[in-house]
Write a protein that binds this ligand. Sequence first.
Ligand code: CCH
Length: 290
Amino acid sequence: ALHLAKAQDGKSLEDFQKVYNAIAEKLRDEDEFDGYIGYGPNLVRLSWHVSGTFDKNDNSGGSFGGTYRFKKEADDPANKGLQNAAHFLEPIAKKFPWISHGDLYTLAGVTALQEMQGPKIPWRPGRVDADEKDTPENGRLPDASQDGSYVRHYFGRFGFTDQEIVALLGAHCLGKTHLENSGYEGPWGAATNTFTNEFFVNLLNENWKLEKNEAGNKQYNSEKGYMMLPTDYALVQDGKFRKYVEKYAKDQDAFFEDFKSAYVKLLENGIDFGKLGKAYVFKTLDEQDS
Ligand code: CCH
């Protein structure tokens, strides 16, 4: 059965906007992280990894229970590097003890995306902290060395279409890979902390060479110093994926719209929001200043 979202007594949009603002202000203040990329991309990755443990076959895993806070999930080798985002969020969790971990992790991703000039992401609260015994097993996050049919099959576990898969992977415009975390190295593009369709533009326009990196893993490198994972590059090798790459490279608005829907679906997998269903749309710090 789906997890039933629970209303937080007396909490309204204004209360969650305060959490949003606390995260957004800390993002602004601590801009030197990771060579001045800042924490935004790391927070987005955390929001996806806490959601990416979902399995629609038994409704286990997913963002609902906030089980990333338990050692077993945090220590999943696939989560290496996300302790940065987790540390970043500790003082926020202390300041707002009423918010559940699942809500905090997902709201942090939404905040980071909006503050990095991404689309407005309608977000719904109501996730409830689960017990440690409900922590999913390691190994549910994807393997970057694989091909297109792996990617299609992997995301099929969540019920995502080809179009949704391509849109979601556009988040790889943000941040970079780190040899010490994943065994891959380098950024996907130039604007590592601004949300754009650059991932798709670079996939199509750069001159890619498959090379072995220092960790012995194969990745695609371009002369400009950008990289693509094998699973990223699969999006131009597979004809059914490629047509969406071409669409999003030409049309950033279409990318933003489709990314928004697919990301909301990712964050809400396995949850029944029932009558609580009204989504909140937060104002960015810039919008509140003016
Ligand atoms: Fe990703 N991602 N991702 N990813 N990811 C990595 C980093 C980021 C895969 C592999 C990797 C999504 C899907 C996939 C981000 C968002 C999303 C890294 C480098 C690997 C490897 C980690 C490191 O070394 O620090 C694979 C495989 C898939 C699916 O096939 C999806 C979906 C999203 C979000 C919607 C973001 C953002 C980063 C940058 C993190 C940072 O710290 O800079």
